[in-house]
Design a binder for this molecule. Structure first.
Ligand code: FMN
Length: 322
């Protein structure tokens, strides 16, 4: 126990943080608790030098974990303040959360707590049911509150995205370094990290707006099904393109995903079109050329049940200082 947080509270906070999404479920974070302050550090062993050479995806994951921390802190009665890159003398500390004293209810954030463990990436087919306008506005608002923007793609932009998706999938298939990097994380047994085969979703019977993360790996055991033809696709963008902007993107992403989960919506991602600079520049043009695309979301109501990925025990990457 330390001055402010009991062991049980640390458990609530860090379990919530670890539920955040991360590229290939690498969970590229470590936590340190110093009294009422929680530091999030990047875990150098869990970065993806080929698919994410600048660490943009890792920063987005850390931002999402930071938002989950804020939600869990709220449910415990702590207001909180997030500072990105808080100490130039400690560049390894990517984000720092300051918790206020206890007994200050924070209902606006705390009400999202139930969604933290409910949310998961769903890669199966979606029901042919549009997202109601007021719900879409809540998702837009969630992004805006965290300084980001959701751009919902119209049919012309969707066709251009589909073409880009075909090209990036074809390029990925012959990119041996990428395939090799993915082998470590994708399709294996559930062991606390990575993406087990049963969460990859079925294979689309014809081209669809869904990313097959097993591209180039063995798919013989997977079903083929029809996917919806017109999912809702939104690009999450930020004004800034630096580590602070990327962490902000992760914070906004997680707020959007938790609000979506509260309406029984699920999301998966088409981020293969953002992993190479030239492709990302084309997506930037698709959304007007003024802000930086950080995530491509496919959002809708799931047509099938889905399995969840597992998490490492946060204690394996944790330090507490009194
Ligand atoms: C920056 C980032 C990029 C991601 N890109 C993709 C993607 O392109 N396709 C996909 O299916 N999932 C993608 N994901 C989702 C992760 O695979 C997923 O969060 C992880 O496997 C953990 O599973 P969960 O979200 O169900 O908890 C991405 C997540 C993050 C944070």
């Amino acid at each position: 126990m330390n001055a402010v947080l009991t062991d049980d509270e640390v458990d609530v906070l860090l379990t919530a943080a670890a539920h955040a999404p991360s590229m290939y479920n690498t969970q590229p974070w470590r936590f340190e608790v110093h009294g009422p302050v929680i530091d999030i550090l990047a875990d150098e062993e869990r970065l993806l030098p080929i698919a994410d050479p600048a660490g943009r995806g890792a920063c987005i994951a850390i931002g999402a974990a930071a938002f989950n921390l804020r939600v869990a802190a709220a449910v415990l009665g702590h207001k909180s303040r997030l500072v990105v890159n808080p100490d130039p003398a400690l560049p390894e500390v990517v984000a720092r959360l300051f918790l206020d004293d206890r007994n200050t209810p924070v209902p606006e954030l705390g009400k999202l707590y139930a969604e933290v463990s409910e949310r998961h990436t769903y890669r199966g087919p979606l029901l042919d049911v549009p997202i109601p306008r007021p719900v879409q506005r809540h998702l837009d608002d969630a992004a805006r509150r965290e300084g980001a923007k959701l751009h919902w793609l119209g049919s012309t932009a969707m066709s251009q995205l589909a073409e880009l998706q075909r090209q990036t999938d074809a390029a990925d298939l012959v990119d041996e370094d990428r395939l090799h990097e993915r082998l470590r994380w994708i399709g294996g047994d559930p062991s606390g990290d990575g993406i087990p085969a049963d969460t990859l979703g079925p294979l689309p019977a014809r081209p669809a707006f869904v990313r097959d993360l097993s591209l180039g790996l063995d798919t013989s055991h997977r079903d083929r099904v029809e996917y919806e033809t017109h999912p809702a696709i939104a690009v999450l963008s930020t004004e800034d393109e630096d580590s602070a902007g990327w962490i902000g993107a992760g914070v906004a992403l997680q707020r959007v995903l938790l609000v979506a989960t509260s309406y029984d919506l699920t999301a998966s991602f088409l981020n293969q079109v953002l992993e190479r600079p030239a492709d990302r520049a084309r997506v930037r043009e698709l959304i007007g050329g003024r802000s930086w695309p950080q995530m491509v979301l496919r959002v809708g109501y799931p047509a099938q049940p889905a399995s969840h990925t597992s998490r490492l025990d946060w204690r394996s990457s944790f330090d507490q200082w009194f």
